[in-house]
Every structure is written in structure tokens, then in C-alpha cells.
Write a new protein. Structure first.
Length: 390
């Protein structure tokens, strides 16, 4: 999966990222590699479900526990999610080692998720960040399987057996090639490396994830013929939950990729409106007359020295009655040029989207490298160009 970019310095500090806001209702239980570990309320539901499902088996190997049977089942859920945390921590450690900022690690109803804050720069980075999680799960399964031969039966033996079986399942499942699973990210990395197009990788892996979601939804209807075991209500409910999760994650990846494919259409220089520079104290009616005469689609106010100081807000201008405009200074409908409202005329694509997302505004001043005014970029024009490319 070689590509021409040099590998980031392994000793280089991780890129700075905006702190990930705490999801309401989550509980912080610690941190791993500098990332907060959060537990969602839904985790307690799955922990209770695991305790309930494990109760008959626990009662069989350790009868007479009474209500402690469910405490033991809950403890087993904690052990299982400890292994999930190792899986997610592996993603976080490798991502940070490769120079990517990592937000929180979330433990939830369906397992866990690690928030890597930036898109991978190269296919090989995507590959290593994705593959390490399933490898850790398989390693935990192998270790628990080995220990199972050294432990007696009873409750400890049940826990060890459950640990290796569930981690084997998690490791193998996550290698299935379909987003949002880790295997989907491996497929994405492979397509990206072969084609040089990350968006194509996302679309292929997303469609694979949709196919997998359909298979999961259909599984209860065919498991009787394949396994000889008839499904119960729990099988149908889990199939719907997991299928919907897979379908929504895969669809989000496809839509995101298609959106990013349209980003090259967003070139600030091509979308800019011709602008007219006027003194800030010029009557608004006169500024509008001059702009119409010059066929300019925007107005910029400048100081006595010719420095741009404000952008006429199109909405505020249209809301101003024409009979009042002769008596109002142009500066009364302008927005001062604060940080983020001046952009280079050559900005385009994802950089343009990030810039206007960082400092939301209706208009931006575009300037040439020498500081001269090129034009004004109107956000509604950017939105229209993006939709036109859909």
C-alpha cells in the first residue's frame, strides 16, 4: 500500500484538535492514551441484558448464589467491555502514533467507538489504524482460549470461555469488509491504494456495508435452514438493531464521499462577485447606484487610505427601505472585517468549506496574494454551487 507521501515523524506531536464536547448523559470512567473513556446510558441496558442472559448458565455452574447470580452476570459484562476497551484503545494508540488527534473513546450498546478527529492522509495509515482493533480482539481470544485449559470449571471457567468466544466473534466480525466495521475501513484503504481515490474507497466500502446490513436483517429468516436453530424474538430484535446500525453507518459514509467529490467544484475565485469599494460614510443610495452602474454584485467599505474595513450585508441592504437609503451611511449596513472574514482568492474545495464553517458569515472578502481586493464570496452562492454539483 505504498504511496508517495513521506511517513510522518513518529516523534512528532499529535496534531492539535478542538476538544470533543462531552456527549450529554455520558459518564467518564477514565482515560487511555490521553483520551477520555465515556460510557453511554445504553451500556447499562446491554450490561443488564448480558446479566439476564448469563444467569441460567451461572446458576448451572455455581448454584445457590441467589441474587448474586445477576451480580456475577454484570461482572461478566464489565469484563467483556474491558476487552472492547482494549480494542478501541488500540485504535487510539496507533492513530496518535501516526500523528492523528484522537477525541473520546465511547463505550455504548453495540460495543465501542474511537473518535479519530482527522481523515487519514494515506491508505497505509487507514489500514493500520483499522486493523489493530480486530487483531487485539483476536489476541485476547487466543490468550483466553489458552488460559481456559489451565483453569478449573465453575464460574471462572465460564467467564474465560465466554471471554475467548466473544472476542473471537468480535475480531472476526470486525474484519468483514463493509463500513462502518473495521473491515470496511480495510476495504476502503485497499480501494484507495489501488485507485488513488479515497472517496471511491468510501463508496465501495459503504455499499459493501449496505449489503452486509441486508444480510443481517435477513439472517433470522434463514438461520433455521442453515443452523437448524429456530430464531426467537431476541434474534429478530438484535438483527434489526444491528442491521439499522450498519445501514446508517454505511449510508453516511457514501453520502459523505459523494459530498467530498463535489468539493472541487467550489472555487472561490470562480464564485466571487464583482465588488465596488466605497468610503464608509458614502450615502447608501449613492453606493447602490454606483454598484449598479459598475455591474458589481457586492460592496466593500474602505478607509481613507483605501484599506477594506467592512462588507455590506446583502440581507441588511435589502431590508432597508429605498426612501431611507439617501440619509444613511453605507457603514450602517456593513459587517466589520473581523478575523476569518478575509479569505485568499485562490482558496477552494475542502479548505474553503472549513474556512466558512470555522467563521460562519453571509459574505467574505477575497483578496489576492498582494492584499488587493479581488471580490466578495457570498455563502448562498457557495451553497448553490454545491447543490448544483449533486
Amino acid at each position: 500500500m505504498a504511496d508517495p507521501d513521506p511517513r510522518p515523524d513518529r516523534d512528532k506531536p499529535v496534531d492539535e484538535a478542538e476538544p470533543t464536547p462531552r456527549v450529554p448523559g455520558t459518564i467518564k470512567v477514565g482515560s487511555v492514551a490521553g483520551s477520555d473513556v465515556l460510557v453511554t446510558p445504553s451500556w447499562f441496558l446491554i450490561a443488564a441484558l448480558i446479566a439476564w442472559l448469563m444467569a441460567p448458565q451461572i446458576d448451572e455452574v455455581a448454584p445457590g448464589l441467589g441474587w448474586l447470580t445477576y451480580v456475577a452476570g454484570f461482572a461478566f459484562a464489565v469484563v467483556l467491555y474491558g476487552a472492547v476497551l482494549l480494542h478501541e484503545a488500540a485504535h487510539a494508540v496507533v492513530a496518535k502514533r501516526l500523528g492523528y488527534p484522537v477525541g473520546v473513546i465511547m463505550l455504548h450498546f453495540l460495543g465501542g467507538a474511537t473518535s479519530v478527529e482527522k481523515e487519514a492522509r494515506r491508505p497505509r495509515d487507514e489500514f493500520w489504524i483499522a486493523v489493530v482493533g480486530p487483531l487485539v480482539s483476536l489476541a485476547v481470544a487466543a490468550a483466553a482460549f489458552g488460559v481456559s485449559f489451565l483453569t478449573p470449571g465453575g464460574l471462572v471457567g465460564l467467564f474465560i470461555t465466554g471471554l475467548w468466544f466473544t472476542n473471537l466473534f468480535v475480531g472476526v466480525l470486525n474484519l468483514v469488509p463493509g463500513l462502518p466495521l473495521d473491515g470496511g475501513r480495510l476495504l476502503k484503504a485497499g480501494v484507495w491504494a489501488a485507485t488513488g481515490d479515497i472517496n471511491r474507497g468510501n463508496i465501495v466500502a459503504g455499499w459493501a456495508g449496505r449489503v452486509l446490513a441486508v444480510v443481517v436483517l435477513l439472517w433470522p429468516f434463514i438461520q433455521g435452514q442453515i443452523l437448524g436453530v429456530q430464531p426467537d424474538l431476541t434474534d429478530y430484535v438484535l438483527a434489526v438493531i444491528i442491521g439499522v446500525f450498519l445501514w446508517s453507518g454505511a449510508s453516511a459514509a457514501i453520502m459523505s464521499a459523494r459530498a467530498r467529490m463535489r468539493l472541487p467544484l467550489l472555487v472561490a475565485r470562480d464564485l466571487a462577485r464583482r465588488t465596488l469599494a466605497v468610503p464608509a460614510d458614502l450615502p447608501l443610495a449613492e453606493a447602490v447606484r454606483r454598484a449598479q452602474e459598475a455591474e458589481a454584485g457586492s460592496i466593500v467599505t474602505v478607509s481613507s487610505g483605501g484599506e477594506p474595513i467592512g462588507l455590506v450585508h446583502e440581507g441588511a441592504l435589502l431590508a432597508t427601505p429605498e426612501d431611507r437609503r439617501p440619509w444613511m451611511a453605507t457603514s450602517t449596513v456593513t459587517r466589520q472585517l473581523e478575523d476569518g472574514l478575509t479569505l485568499p482568492a485562490d482558496i477552494d474545495g475542502e479548505s474553503l468549506v472549513k474556512a466558512i464553517s470555522k467563521t460562519p458569515a453571509p459574505e467574505y472578502l477575497l483578496v489576492e496574494p498582494d492584499g488587493s481586493i479581488y471580490g466578495v464570496l457570498v455563502t448562498s452562492d457557495v451553497d448553490a454551487a454545491f447543490r448544483a454539483g449533486a
